[in-house]
Design a protein around this ligand. Structure first.
Ligand code: AGP
Length: 592
């Protein structure tokens, strides 16, 4: 994880770097730092904690006018969140920022200690800086960076400044780096959001390339040869990074769900990528993803199996990449990712591609590694998500699966009782649901003082519970478990105590009584029951209830999950948690 921003140009460097750091803070917020240079002098500032701490620090220090700089926001991997471990790291003539993990750092470090280097942090990044400094004693900058690249094992995106030089150098492997280009100014960043305010023209740095950003121009080298780059233009709007009048990005992004859902359904109706939604030529599908993206995949599994009769398995990417994979000639692997940069999902994708199995990505970030490398891609176009807890991107991932199940079932001649018009009504219904904030606040009041909570459901409702439970624990730090309702009594029911909240999700009429019986088993042991269900199934009494309108079976989960997202939001609010940046997390998990 970690976020990198670099800038060279005529603007106030600190301003550009701070803006970039704030935009990248979703990638980690254990410490932050920056280095600014005028070519002759370099000033470094870093601190533990948030970018705002760094900015306060900066304001209390003497202003330094350089024309280029690099900055970093950290998610701790090697070594804790300390001042010593914060980036930039300076060793001798080298100052750098690093995103990634160097696997052979220990052996490099030992040989550098033998050469007389001392290390003050626990990081692999300081080792990179020392290695490069040592190389510079024998070679020029260009050659030294090439030697460095050949010597490092693992993942890295590096922004480098050398004492007495007036350029920014950058290389990468398995961690993203983009170069933004404007008249007379250049940007380097982990993600386009860091410089979108200034330019939407950019290119992606390839793994074999070295970019040198100078005052008047830039050069990209592949081996020793200068190569030309094709510029891309981003259509993402920088204003999507504004919080508007919302207190938190999470709330803003939940409130954007009706519109992003509508845009997705409209783009499907207009025929965009429509052939990718028809899965009828496959007879076995693996859905591979992490966290919420995997739980969107669980809903996909339920819908595709139930409605289109195709065998689907869902795997966490971290397991899938190392497991034995058995395919046939009609296998498809679907990879789901908001960021398109999740290390485990990327590794799984590359492995599957090496086995010549077709890959289909369901991706939000159009500029990401996965959007580029999957054989086929459906972009969910949910817009930039800032809150660490995903909400609107998850909803659009689920909607893609609903449309896939629907299209495939039609093309296989299985179902014709649902029409696309039934999808059209969902955004408006969702808007009404979101407007009922008092309902979710009441449920949140029931929950926020508890230490533990359970979600139970069967079939697709269990998949919904998985996401509801993850959301609650990640933003409120309440211990929460999602269980297949019938499984609870095989051991876990021993944890049910007086007053413990058990949230039952019931959207399936066929399984309603079964789940209800399981809920009653917990009530008999003192649990406090909350039911999330549909208006059609609502003949339940004596429960705290959340009701959503009954809609077609493809789309029901699109109305239920947002209620759980809002409950989590308000629980987190009442507990005084850091809603958009929960502890220990980062939005984009670019390490294994
Ligand atoms: C969700 O709220 C999480 N922050 C997390 O589980 C996330 O969904 C997961 O890390 C996958 O990320 P991706 O969609 O960017 O691949």
């Amino acid at each position: 994880m970690c976020g990198i921003i670099g800038y060279i140009g005529n603007k106030d460097v600190s301003e550009v770097l701070f803006h970039g750091l704030y935009s990248l803070e979703y990638r980690g917020y254990d410490s932050a730092g920056m280095a600014i240079s005028d070519g002759a002098h370099l000033k470094t500032l870093k601190c533990v904690g948030r970018v705002s701490n760094l900015e306060d620090n900066y304001k209390n220090n003497e202003k330094f006018n350089g024309f280029f700089g690099i900055a970093h926001t950290r998610w701790a991997t090697n070594g804790g969140a300390s001042f010593e471990n914060a980036h930039p790291h300076t060793v001798g003539k080298v100052t750098l920022v690093h995103n990634g993990i160097i696997e052979n750092a220990d052996s490099i470090k030992s040989s550098l200690i033998n050469c007389g280097y001392h290390f003050y942090s626990e990081t692999d990044s300081e080792v990179i800086a020392a290695f490069l400094d040592n190389e510079l004693k024998h070679n020029n900058i260009f050659k030294s960076i090439q030697v460095l690249r050949k010597s490092l094992k693992g993942s890295y995106a590096l922004g480098i400044i050398i004492d007495g030089d007036d350029c920014i150098y950058a290389i990468r492997k398995d961690s993203p780096l983009l170069v933004g280009v404007n008249q007379d100014e250049f940007f380097l960043a982990s993600d386009i959001s860091a410089f979108l305010r200034y330019t939407n023209k950019y290119f992606l740095l390839e793994e074999t390339e070295l970019v040198v950003l100078g005052k008047d121009d830039f050069k990209v080298y592949k081996d020793d040869i200068v190569v030309s780059k094709e510029f891309l233009t981003s259509n993402s709007e920088s204003h999507s990074l504004d919080k508007l009048d919302y207190d938190h990005y999470m709330l803003k992004e939940i409130m954007e769900e009706p519109i992003v859902l509508k845009n997705l359904i409209d783009s499907y109706r207009s025929g965009e990528n429509i052939d990718l939604y028809d899965l009828s030529r496959y007879d076995e599908i693996h859905i591979v993803a992490c966290g919420s993206a995997m739980y969107a995949g669980l809903i996909g599994q339920s819908l595709i199996e139930e409605e289109a009769y195709i065998k689907v398995n869902v795997f966490p990417a971290s397991e899938y990449r190392y497991k034995k994979k058995i395919f046939n000639s009609k296998s498809l692997v679907i990879l789901v990712s908001q960021s398109g940069e999740t290390a485990d999902t990327i590794a799984a994708m590359r492995e599957v591609k090496n086995m010549n199995i077709p890959t289909l990505g369901i991706i939000n970030n159009p500029n990401s590694t996965m959007a580029r490398e999957c054989d086929k891609v459906i972009l969910i176009n949910a817009g930039i998500e800032v809150a660490v807890a995903t909400t609107k991107a998850y909803i659009n991932q689920v909607c893609v699966f609903a449309l896939m199940a629907y299209t495939t079932s039609l093309s296989k001649g299985i179902s014709n009782d649902v029409s696309l018009d039934d999808f059209d009504s969902i955004p408006v219904l969702l808007q009404n649901i979101l407007d009922n904030s008092h309902v979710y606040k009441e449920v949140a009041k029931d929950l926020f003082e508890h230490d533990s909570c359970f979600f139970i459901g069967r079939g697709i409702d269990y998949a919904i519970c998985m996401e509801g439970s993850l959301k609650l624990k990640e933003v409120s730090y309440i211990h929460s478990e999602a269980y297949q309702a019938g499984e609870l009594k095989h051991g876990t029911i021993s944890l049910i105590d007086d007053g413990i909240p058990v949230i039952a999700v019931i959207s399936n009429s066929f399984l309603k009584d079964k789940t209800l019986a399981n809920l009653n088993e917990t009530l008999a042991r003192g649990a406090y029951g909350i039911v999330v269900t549909t208006s059609e199934l609502d003949d339940l009494k004596d429960f705290r209830k959340v009701l959503v309108p009954t809609v077609n079976r493809f789309c029901q989960s699109l109305l239920i999950v947002p209620t759980l997202q809002l409950i989590s939001y308000y629980v987190s609010l009442y507990r005084g948690c850091d809603i958009d940046k929960p502890k220990n997390l980062a939005k984009s998990v670019t390490v294994e």
